[in-house]
Every structure is written in C-alpha cells, then in structure tokens.
Design a protein around this ligand. Sequence first.
Ligand code: ADP
Ligand code: MN
Ligand code: MN
Ligand code: MN
Length: 341
Amino acid sequence: MAYIAEYIWIDGTEPTAKLRSKAQVLADDKEPGIWGFDGSSTNQATGDQSDVVLNPVLVTPDPIRGGDNKLVLCETLLTDMTPHPTNTRAKCAASAEQYGDLDTWFGLEQEYTFFEGIAPLGWPDNGFPAPQGGYYCGVGSDEIFGREVVNAHLQACIDAGLHISGINAEVMPGQWEFQIGPVSAPRVADELWLARWMLYRIAEDFLGPKGIPISATLDPKPVAGDWNGAGCHTNFSTTEMRESYDACVAAAEALGAPGKPELHISNYGPGVELRLTGAHETQRFDQFSYGVSDRGASIRIPWQVEKAGKGYIEDRRPNANCDPYVTTQLIIDTVCSAAKS
Ligand code: ADP
Ligand code: MN
Ligand code: MN
Ligand code: MN
C-alpha cells in the first residue's frame, strides 16, 4: 500500500515569499526523505542550474487528505547540502541553538484577511461595510464572515498536531487571527508556515456568498484608510523572563537599544510602515516604546505579567506577512545577547 506525502516549501518570490507544494506517492514502509524541485520556476535558481533540494523539517498527519497521508514541511538546500540563500530557517536554528540555555518560547498571533474576488469576504461590491467597532470577536451573520473556513482550519491544525492555541475574529470584518505557541524556535515558525499553507489550501474548498472560492491573504494593510491592518504579534519569554519581571523589562529595553528598532522594523515584513502608522492599535514604525497593557506601544507588557511579576512580553510590530524564522531569530539575538552581557 501507499500514502501521499505533500511536500511544502517557501519559495524565493520578492518581496514576500510564497508557499509551494507538490505530492509524492510513497510506499507505506518509507518515511518522507530528501526530494527536489525546479528552482528556476520559484525565483530560487537559474535554468541551467535549476535543482534545489527539499529537506523535511516537520512531518505531520495530513488532515486534508486524511488516512495515512502526510504533510511534509521542508527547508531548501543547495545541491551541496548547504542552506539555500532563501533559507532563513538555518540562521534561526543556529541562534536558537547558540542561546539554547535561555530556552526562548514564542507565541505567534497570525492575523489574516479573507477575500472573495477583489473584495474582503462579506464586503459589498461597492462601498464599505459599517465602520469598525462590532466585528472583533463578534457573532452573527451580519458581522462574521468565513467562520466555517476558520473552524475547518482550526480543527486541521489540531489534527496535524500543531500547537495552535486559539482563534478569534478581528477588528476589520473578514479579518481573523489564529495563535501558535508557546513553542521554541525554529519549531514555532515551522508550525506557523505549515498552518499558513493549510489556511490557503482549506479556503480553496469554500465558496463565498458571491459564489467565488475564498482566498486568504497576509497583506499587512489590505484596505487603506480607517481599517485595521494585519499583524503577527510575537509574544516571547526566556527562562529568566518566566521567573522575573525585571527580566521582562530588560528584554523590552534591549529591543529599544540604539540601532535595534531600525534593524527589527526593516525585517518585520514588507509594507510594515503602511501598517505601523500610530493609529489602529499600533506605534509608529519610526518610534519605539513599551508599556503595560499599551496596545499603542511597540512592545506591550500584558497586565497579568505585571501582576504576577513574571511572564512574557509582546512585540506588536511584526507584519502578518513577516517571515517568522527571521522575526524569532532577531528577537533571540537581540534579547539573549543583551541578557548575557
Ligand atoms: P492578545 O491579547 O495580544 O490578542 P493572544 O491571546 O492572541 O493575545 O496571544 C497571546 C500569545 O501569548 C499566545 O499565542 C500564547 O501562546 C503566548 N504566550 C503565553 N505565555 C507565553 C510565554 N510564557 N512565552 C511566550 N509566549 C507566551
Ligand atoms: Mn491576539
Ligand atoms: Mn489580533
Ligand atoms: Mn496581540
């Protein structure tokens, strides 16, 4: 007997990488192994040296095909088995390893927006829905669009064994969030990329009210104007932060040290300055601040953390379209190197 292994990888599309996948049929007694693809079709190679290697990093049950079938998230390698230039995972894994004794955990809040054709799901063809206010965590068909996709995706993430910790409807109608974690890097980023792939794939199977298949986008500002953007708030803690409030404050300070805000912002996803305007629960992209309960700050210290005197902090700056290998790697490098100095 045989099963199907869906190999999934991150391509080299600029400025925002896309997910790609293809399937391999394997005998029941074979584990998914090294494979490859045509990198000249994914902006990862030239036609004369087109082979890029797929190296499995996370293998899960396939909740979409079911049965014994599998999903196989891969990193990309050159044919000499060194990381491909577009492989950001390798550097993330190295930083996590270097500061392994600080055992950094991450909880990623992935926001995204459903579309049906050219408009956000549930929006009228012309004009706008009622202004924001009632949609966040709302209920009722006048406020909530796409719940059946969200529920199918949530169950699929659970069935794949991902550390999904919740979902909620967001402030802009048609916008949603799911959370992965807390888990260490690079695994948390592996799971986020796999959950993104499942979201796109599952949405294919659902029609919107206009009869068009639903799509999901990580566009950080899908509708200009007085509508919330989409982020990927990155909550994190080190061993020390889970034991001490001072360590939580020190981590926030480290992220604000000279040069660090610019370094982080420029790697937190294309279009970050379109989203971090200072309005809509954001701090401006060119300013840095932190505060307890402050959703207008770059970094929020949750009130429960201040109360308990220990816990984690939230970096609110990463865009929905960030690469979580890059964001977690930068946070590890900045926060852990400061903690060690
Ligand atoms: P928000 O109030 O910002 O919407 P969420 O409930 O959506 O918060 O997300 C909070 C995230 O914080 C979750 O993903 C959770 O896994 C994560 N988290 C909780 N505790 C820790 C911790 N000690 N270290 C890192 N992340 C944590
Ligand atoms: Mn949230
Ligand atoms: Mn949110
Ligand atoms: Mn948040």
